[in-house]
Structures are given as C-alpha cells and as structure tokens.
Design a protein around this ligand. Structure first.
Ligand code: OGA
Ligand code: MN
Length: 299
C-alpha cells in the first residue's frame, strides 16, 4: 500500500497554488510553490497550462541551488547547452550565466547583449520552448527584464498586416548578429561555433502548440530578412512591427529581487534586459533553456 500515491496529496498541493495576473495580457505571479522541491505532476500540468496562456510566470523568494534549478527545468523538457560554452556554469553546462561581473580578469557570463527584444535560441531550427531565469544578484535600480506578449501583438495588428505576415518566413541569423553586435566586446566566433549556427527560416507567425493561439515570431536581434524582401526593407519592417508589438500595453517589466525565478515562454513572448550601471553594480543571473520544437503556422 505504501507505493500508492494518494490523489488527495496532489490535489491538495494544487489547491494551495494561486495565480495573479501581472498585466492584462502577460505575466502571472505564482504563489504556493517551493521550486527547490519536486513538483507533483498535477502541479506541473497546471504550471505548463498557465505558462502557455500567460507567457511569463513569476515566483518570488525561491532558494535554489544550480542542481535544483536544473531539476525543475527538466520537468518542462530536455535542456540546451549554449553554444557559448565559456559562459556556462562550471560543472553545470545546462546553466548559462548572464552577468556583468569580471572575476580573475574574465567575464563570468554573457554581458552587454540581450538589450533588444528576442526569443531565446530563435536562430536554431528548433528554438527554445522556454527559459527559467534565476536572480542571484541584481542592482537596486535598472537591470529589469521586459517581456512583450506576441499573442496580444499579433491579435492587435491590422488585418492586412496579419495576412502579409502569416504568409512570410523570417531568416534568423546568429552569425550575422554576432558580428554586428559583439565584434568589439566578445571574442570572435570560432569556425566550429559558426558551423553550428547557420541561418534558419521560421514562420513570422507561429501557432502555439499547446493552445493553438497565433503569436508573432520576430526577433529584433536575429531576424535578418523576410523572404522576398531585401535586408534594408526587412530591417525597416522588423523595427516597425516590433515597435508596435512591444508597446506598453503588451509589456510586463520585471523589477528583480535576489531569489526571484521567472519562467518564460519563448513561443509567445519576446524579452530584453533594461540598462543598468554596469561599471559600479553587480548583476548575476542563471538561465536554463528548455529545448523546443520546430515552429509552425496552421492558420
Ligand atoms: C536571457 C536574457 C535578459 C536579462 O538570459 O536570455 O535575454 O534581463 N536575459 O538579462
Ligand atoms: Mn534572452
């Protein structure tokens, strides 16, 4: 009898969890979960549904070791190991460190990037499903993360624009962006790193595989061109559409506190880091990145 899992035990846990909307379109504050402990399957199912519908889940006051962060992340799917292996946590290649901190003359994490809206790993044929981002240290001011709902953005576009975008692919190009954005502040990519990240085509609008809703899938960082358009025209369109898509009504901006954990859905939200005093303050974040599927549009 000892091996029987009582259904009451799971539903009791589930009933203790609350979700509060952070803005009308995006973001949910989750209370009642200790992310350092195994999460029962019924609670995981509820979290996945909330993530699909609200794109961003915020959990405050979580005391997480790297191993616990990884264990919770694995409940959402297999994890990526980032192409920039220098910025992964020693001993834990699943954790990508995002930080401005320099130790022993070396950056401990990715720095000086991600200040424009993007979806993680959109440059892969199978971009990330979502990411779990954990705050270890943050400045008192600045360094927020902004998230924009690509469901709300698509829904609000004029019909002619929706039709145009729904028939388009975007080219997502990691190497092109790296060379324009990081040539001054990071080591050049090796031929091996470049070979791992050739340009890929993705639909400009994707169907969310869990709830069927259409979401814009465009990155200010990685979308280089739309098929049929040259680079200058494409870049002008990316700017115009993303300016519309990231208007305040569709955005949740998170002010970090140490021990905050955010789970975001890369299939329906874009995000970016806000500026902070990188010279005089410390910011240290740990990210796990869940492997995803090939984007599709079945509109
Ligand atoms: C990331 C990212 C934003 C931030 O780690 O994927 O985009 O606020 N981070 O640091
Ligand atoms: Mn990112």
């Amino acid at each position: 009898m000892g091996s029987i899992v009582m259904p009451e035990a799971l539903s009791k846990d589930e009933s203790e969890i609350t979700f509060t909307a952070l803005t009308p379109h995006i973001g949910s504050l989750v209370k009642g979960i200790d992310a350092s402990k195994p999460v029962p399957p019924a609670v995981m199912a509820r979290l996945r549904r909330e993530l699909a519908d609200r794109s961003v889940l915020v959990l405050r006051d979580q005391a997480l070791t790297p191993a616990q962060h990884i264990a919770l992340s694995r409940e959402f799917g297999p994890l990526e190991k980032h192409v920039l292996s220098d910025f992964c946590l020693p001993g834990h290649p699943e954790i990508f460190v995002v930080s401005n901190i320099i130790e022993d003359g070396r950056h401990i994490g990715a720095h000086g990037g991600s200040k424009r809206y993007h979806s993680d790993l959109s440059y892969l044929p199978e971009p990330s499903l979502g990411s779990l981002f954990y705050c270890l240290e943050c400045p008192e001011e600045g360094g927020e993360t902004a998230f924009a709902s690509m469901f709300a953005a698509f829904d609000a576009l004029p019909e002619a624009r929706k039709t145009w975008l729904a028939a388009r692919n975007g080219v997502h190009d990691y190497v092109w962006n790296y060379e324009r954005a990081h040539s001054k502040n990071r080591a050049p990519l090796t031929e091996e790193q470049k070979a791992k990240t050739p340009p890929v085509l993705h639909p400009a609008v994707r169907t969310h595989p869990e709830n069927g809703r259409p979401a814009l899938f465009i990155s200010e960082i990685f979308t280089r061109t739309f098929d049929g358009e040259n680079e200058a025209e494409s870049q002008a369109l990316v700017r115009e559409i993303m300016e519309f898509a990231t208007q305040p009504a569709f955005v949740y901006e998170h002010e970090w506190r140490p021990r905050d954990l955010i789970i975001w859905d890369n299939r329906s939200a874009v995000h970016k880091a806000m500026p902070f005093d990188e010279e005089n303050t410390r910011r240290r974040m740990h990210r796990t990145t869940i492997t995803g599927d090939r984007p599709f549009f079945d509109g």
